[in-house]
Design a protein. Structure first.
Length: 207
């Protein structure tokens, strides 16, 4: 149900797992001694968030590590607080927008800038191409190169090395689970949207 839940299946993570009340629970993290930097909340039922976290914290302590949870939301913090789990420090680092695309409107006064950008793209002949899973799986040449080129341009424009594991892109990992949209001008890609699933919420996270 969390936006990072699909990302933690990509490469670069270590995993702690346990069984609590018959459910297998998982915590994905990157080891940066003395910290285990955890990507999002544990993968566990809501009712077991606190128990999972406490068990994980105990394992960290026994290993001589400290835990740092990154990109968690209020439900995780509230679950820990309600069970009396001591949180050393909490630092807001941003907000995650959520919306229903089927209800999203651009014809309001607050979206003038967006409308002008859409018109500008239309004047320049930019069109959107929905890429199928079959195209991604079959085309290891030009299409993959175009997507990779856009991704590299995006990476180069953002310096996030301390948080690299949370902003890294692995666009062709489990492609059958993703949705791909390419903005093209002529036959050249000028933008890519890759959406990854948030299964339990029946939603998508835009990378």
């Amino acid at each position: 149900r969390h936006a990072t839940s699909f990302q933690v299946m990509e490469t670069g993570y270590e995993y702690w797992h346990s069984e609590i009340n018959g459910d297998v629970v998982v915590v994905a993290y990157v080891l940066c001694p003395p910290y285990r930097v955890v990507a999002g909340p544990p993968i566990a039922p809501v009712s077991l968030l606190s128990a999972t976290t406490q068990s994980f914290l105990k394992d960290c302590e026994e290993a001589g590590h400290r835990a740092l949870f990154v990109s968690v939301e209020d439900d995780f913090v509230d679950a820990l607080r309600s069970d009396g789990v001591a949180l050393i420090d909490i630092l807001p680092i941003g907000e995650q927008p959520e919306w229903d695309p089927s209800r999203y409107q651009t014809d309001t006064r607050s979206h003038r800038t967006l409308r002008s950008q859409v018109r500008r793209a239309q004047r320049k002949g930019v069109a959107i191409h929905v890429v199928t899973t079959e195209e991604i799986m079959q085309d290891q040449g030009a299409l993959g190169s175009e997507i990779s080129w856009v991704v590299e341009q995006w990476r180069a424009s953002r310096k996030m090395s301390p948080m690299q594991f949370m902003v890294d892109l692995q666009p062709f990992h489990l492609p059958s689970q993703r949705r791909y949209f390419i903005a093209e001008q002529g036959r050249r890609a000028v933008g890519v949207l890759i959406a990854i699933p948030v299964y339990e919420r029946n939603g998508w996270f835009f990378e």
